[in-house]
Design a protein around this ligand. Structure first.
Ligand code: UDP
Length: 476
């Protein structure tokens, strides 16, 4: 009988925390199923992962796994922060794309000790990988870091333009958007993905998403980090455009469930920043469900004035809080800026501030009762799995539509987008932690249960992973 070679999957993420985090988890899931996996990082990301995430030890147990690196073409001292995202996007086009081609064509990364690549799983925003996959005659599956509701909305940019819904002025933020099927009853201009706020239709961000969405339909298949019980109605519509679509979410929960079967600990950090674990000791000393966890992920930033509004809001809510305040989250520093003494004092009494936390662990800590979040998709899923209600302050990409779904569709939190006022912050925190907690908790616990079922044996995400692996094997 002829033995088929073990498939060799090349995983290629966009070089940013949320993307790396979820795609490394996908890599681990494929390794647990015995596939060969090469994970392609930019050198910058690779150095950080090795410094802060101990990936060498974690992935060292998989003989079929290896990292490969390429340069992103940016100077060594470049911050690669969200402020300079246009530099990163430019480097993808001018530097990363040709390097990726050269790496794969013609010999598909074949070496003495491993077979050539038989399947590419690339980030959904790197659709040029489809052309390379076609050139080397392997399938290309696109991984979508954001929500399905976001992805679905990007298919209707042209319809929104034709209907005069895009572009919109600042005084039209509350206007209903009717061109996205299934969202007519609750979507407003302000809830659209952030690039829709562009004032000109030839805006590079808007054009990029438009072309990437169209290009991406040429992929062999798509993987979404969501689950059928959560986004079922959108997913069934999406399947008309993307027939081959695997839902594997919440991916971190699916990985934990598979690790358990493989008798491996549920530990993992795919952090690009140094984690401060002292907050876990602080949390251990707080009463059950008493703490608001406040974190805006890896790229959202704010001004000093906004930081002070949040800080007063947290303090005036009377609640305990754990705040992740990344050193780069206030890019423009005011030279004479001083934190008021009363805030420092109140923080000493019932708050704790770190640069970066072990978020997945924090969210499931018994002391944490709610999440003040930027509505990044990973954070949203992690909050759902932990059964935590949310207050949302979204800024970029899919965050504005995620937060609308959190408040209006799933009813598991409050959306305070486009406002930043201490009294609103304090009120919504009190609503989340006390006054309106009960209804939120009922909904989020139901979703947590559905998520748990989806990733358990027989659940949709669990079965889809098996299906994906079978299909990768069949295509290899
Ligand atoms: N995260 C973390 N520690 C922190 C803040 C965030 O480990 O202090 C992780 C979080 O668990 C999530 C990721 O960083 O997996 C952020 O991804 P998300 O999609 O929520 O937001 P992004 O950073 O992409 O805006």
């Amino acid at each position: 009988m002829e033995h088929k070679p073990i498939p060799h999957v090349l995983i290629f993420p966009f070089p940013a925390q949320g993307h790396i985090n979820s795609m490394l988890k996908l890599a681990e899931l494929l390794c647990l199923s015995g596939l060969h996996v090469t994970f392609l990082n930019t050198e910058f990301i690779h150095l950080r992962l090795h410094r802060f995430a101990d990936v060498e030890t974690r992935f060292g147990i998989f003989p079929g796994f290896r990292f490969e690196t390429i340069s992103d073409g940016l100077p060594a001292d470049h911050s690669r922060s969200f402020n300079s995202i246009s530099d990163l996007i430019h480097s993808v086009k001018t530097f990363i794309e040709p390097t990726f081609r050269k790496l794969l064509i013609p010999d598909r990364l074949k070496s003495e000790d491993r077979p050539p690549v038989t399947c590419i799983i690339a980030d959904g925003v790197l659709s040029f990988t489809i052309d390379v996959a076609e050139a080397i005659e392997v399938p290309c599956i696109l991984w979508r870091t954001p929500s399905a509701c976001y992805f679905w909305s990007t298919f209707f940019i042209s319809e929104m333009i034709a209907a005069g819904e895009l572009p919109f002025n600042d005084d039209e933020m509350d206007k209903a958007i009717t061109s996205v099927p299934g969202m007519e009853n609750f979507l407003r201009s302000r809830d659209l993905p952030s690039f829709c706020r562009a004032k000109e239709l030839n805006d590079p961000g808007l054009q990029l998403i438009l072309t990437e969405t169209i290009n991406s339909t040429r992929a062999t298949a798509h993987i979404l980090n969501t689950f059928e019980d959560l986004e079922g109605p959108i997913l069934s519509q999406l399947r008309a455009y993307i027939p081959k679509l695997y839902t594997l979410g919440p991916l971190h929960a699916l990985l934990n469930s598979r690790r358990k079967i493989a008798s491996q600990p549920p530990t993992s950090s795919n952090s690009l920043l140094e984690i401060d674990r002292s907050c876990m000791t602080w949390l251990d000393q707080q009463p059950s469900k008493s703490v608001v966890y406040f974190s805006f992920g890896s790229v959202v930033f704010m001004s000093h004035a906004q930081m002070i509004e949040f800080w007063y809001g947290l303090v005036n809510s009377g609640k305990r809080f754990l705040w992740v305040l990344r050193p780069d989250s206030i890019p423009v520093k005011t030279s004479d800026f001083q934190v008021p003494e009363e805030l420092k004092l109140a923080t000493k009494e019932r708050g704790y501030i770190v640069d970066w936390s072990p978020q997945e662990e924090v969210l499931v800590h018994p002391a944490v009762g709610g999440f003040f979040t930027h509505s990044g998709w990973n954070s949203t899923l992690e909050s759902m799995v932990a059964g935590l209600p949310m207050v949302c302050w979204p800024q970029f990409a899919d965050q504005p539509i995620n937060s609308r779904y959190v408040s209006e569709v799933w009813k598991i939190g409050f959306d305070m987008k486009d406002t930043c006022d201490r009294s609103i912050v304090a009120k919504l925190i009190r609503d989340m932690m006390d006054d309106k907690r009960e209804e939120l908790v009922v909904s989020v616990n139901r979703i947590a249960e559905q998520a748990s079922k989806c990733v358990s044996e027989g659940g949709t995400s669990n079965r889809n992973l098996d299906l994906l692996i079978e299909d990768i094997k069949a295509m290899s």
